[in-house]
Design a protein around this ligand. Structure first.
Ligand code: SAH
Ligand code: SF4
Length: 430
């Protein structure tokens, strides 16, 4: 989402005559877009930007700014720790950046805008992404779910959907620039709704764009996945067989205190329904360990759910207490650090095993791959992704290049990657 937002800022600034610098060292204006979801991210931003203080002092860097959720969440902390900052802008203020920069260049003072409008959708802005065959399109901003641990509703405001027309316009402009794979983004894309169009209808409309070959969407919320969406995934060939469905915890008691709105049985039965309707689907997830009050038994339920759900891959996090959230107000962050890290290690080890099991089922199959780049390790090999979003490293047929859709025979699985050999030149995509 922040990759997309940074491209949005690039679109706004290029509209005012600014040009992207080729490197940090060449830039006169440096803006760092940030995430406040966990404390670690905040610490990293402060450390990283402190290192640039000397560039600001040397005079080459005329403007140093921090954008996004950290200025929204902790502006005072940033001002204290990084006193040389010129710009602080929250997620609803990006369109004000040109005037903020102008003003700061003139008066050399800090310009700050962290007003949350709860309505800003940047409908009129065309983002300025790097050239790629795959791109993101944000279809909604903010979140109304208020999961008790999460800072997003406070830093990004209430949920709102972009108009179908502006989403479609953006998709068409990307496809004209040779993008063939698009991922629609939102904190909870299942609640997309604009003038009678819901997510299922939006997916159908966008998949009709000629030249677009793959359509993805993230993130889904287990309580909001509709049967209609499952039906569309099963029947519309452009919609990729991959679902990112965070479960967060396998314990009903913890899920309740997280305010997630579903039980473990409901989650597992959704997975079962989806797998039945879309047998080729790959499911990925997010999980938090060490939520306040998480007992050994609660944690065992998490491991058990992972075994039952058979995820392809998981983003695994240690609970990080956030100011302003209900969890911080109502619960004590009582799980010792050592227990948290042990639990993280356990979920990581289990997921590693489960990922390999899932990947191993692919051996011997022929999969269509969108080629992304030359493999990091071997120049004669390419890297790409299947529609299940699995990474494949393969020996290429001469002439194959990034952007091509080709078929690969999968020979083996290692970690979370597949390895194989290209079997034909292919052209068409899905
Ligand atoms: N809207 C998406 C993702 C939100 S943030 C969703 O609901 O799934 C991405 C992930 O960060 C979450 O799924 C959650 O696993 C994790 N996360 C959010 N807040 C956190 C916190 N306070 N501590 C640790 N992990 C957190
Ligand atoms: Fe945060 Fe929950 Fe909203 Fe996701 S759905 S952004 S975890 S509040």
């Amino acid at each position: 989402m922040n990759v997309y937002d940074s491209d949005l800022v690039a679109g706004i600034l290029s509209g005012s005559g600014y040009v992207k610098a080729s490197s940090m060292e060449d830039a006169e204006i440096v803006l760092l877009n940030t995430c406040a979801i966990r404390e670690k991210a905040v610490e990293r931003v402060i450390n990283k930007f402190s290192q640039y203080a000397y560039m600001k002092k040397a005079g080459r860097m005329k403007i140093a700014g921090i954008l996004g959720c950290i200025p929204q969440h902790s502006p005072e902390r940033l001002k204290k720790e990084l006193p040389f900052l010129d710009i602080l802008a929250g997620p609803d203020s990006y369109h004000k950046l040109p005037e903020m920069i102008e003003a700061s260049l003139k008066d050399k003072k800090l310009h700050e805008n962290t007003e949350l409008t709860h309505t800003q959708n940047y409908e009129e802005v065309l983002p300025f992404p790097e050239n790629s065959f795959s791109s993101f399109v944000t279809i909604m901003r903010g979140c109304n779910n208020f999961c008790s641990y999460c800072v997003v509703p406070y830093v990004r405001g209430r949920e709102r959907s972009r108009s179908t027309g502006s989403v479609l316009k953006e998709v068409r402009s990307l496809v004209q620039r040779n993008v063939t794979e698009i991922t629609l983004l939102g904190q909870n894309v299942n609640s997309y709704y604009s003038n009678g169009t819901d997510l299922a209808a939006l997916l159908n409309i966008i998949s009709g764009v000629e030249g677009l070959k793959r359509l993805r969407f993230a993130t889904s919320h287990p309580k909001d996945i509709s049967d209609e969406l499952i039906h569309i995934m099963a029947n519309n060939p452009k919609i990729c067989n991959h679902l990112h469905l965070p479960f967060q915890s396998g314990s009903d008691a913890i899920l309740k205190r997280m305010n997630r709105g579903y039980t473990r049985e409901e989650y597992l039965s959704k997975i079962e329904r989806i797998r039945k309707a879309v047998p080729q689907i790959a499911v990925t997830t997010d999980v938090i360990v060490g939520f306040p009050g998480e007992s050994c038994e609660d944690f065992e339920y998490t491991l058990d759910l992972m075994r039952k759900a058979q995820f392809d891959n998981a983003f695994m996090f240690i609970y990080s207490e956030r100011n302003g959230t209900e969890a911080k107000k109502n619960f004590v962050d009582d799980i010792p650090r050592k227990v948290k890290t042990d639990r993280l290690k356990k979920v990581s080890e289990l997921q590693k095993k489960l990922s390999l099991e899932q990947m191993s089922h692919e051996t011997g199959r022929i999969r269509e791959v969108l080629t992304e780049s030359v493999s990091k390790k071997r120049k004669d090999e390419l890297m790409g992704r299947t529609e299940q979003n699995r990474t494949v490293i393969f020996k290429k047929i001469e002439g194959t290049k990034p952007g091509d859709y080709i078929n690969v025979r999968i020979d083996r699985a290692e970690g979370i990657s597949l390895f194989g050999e290209q079997v034909d030149k292919g052209v068409g995509g899905k």
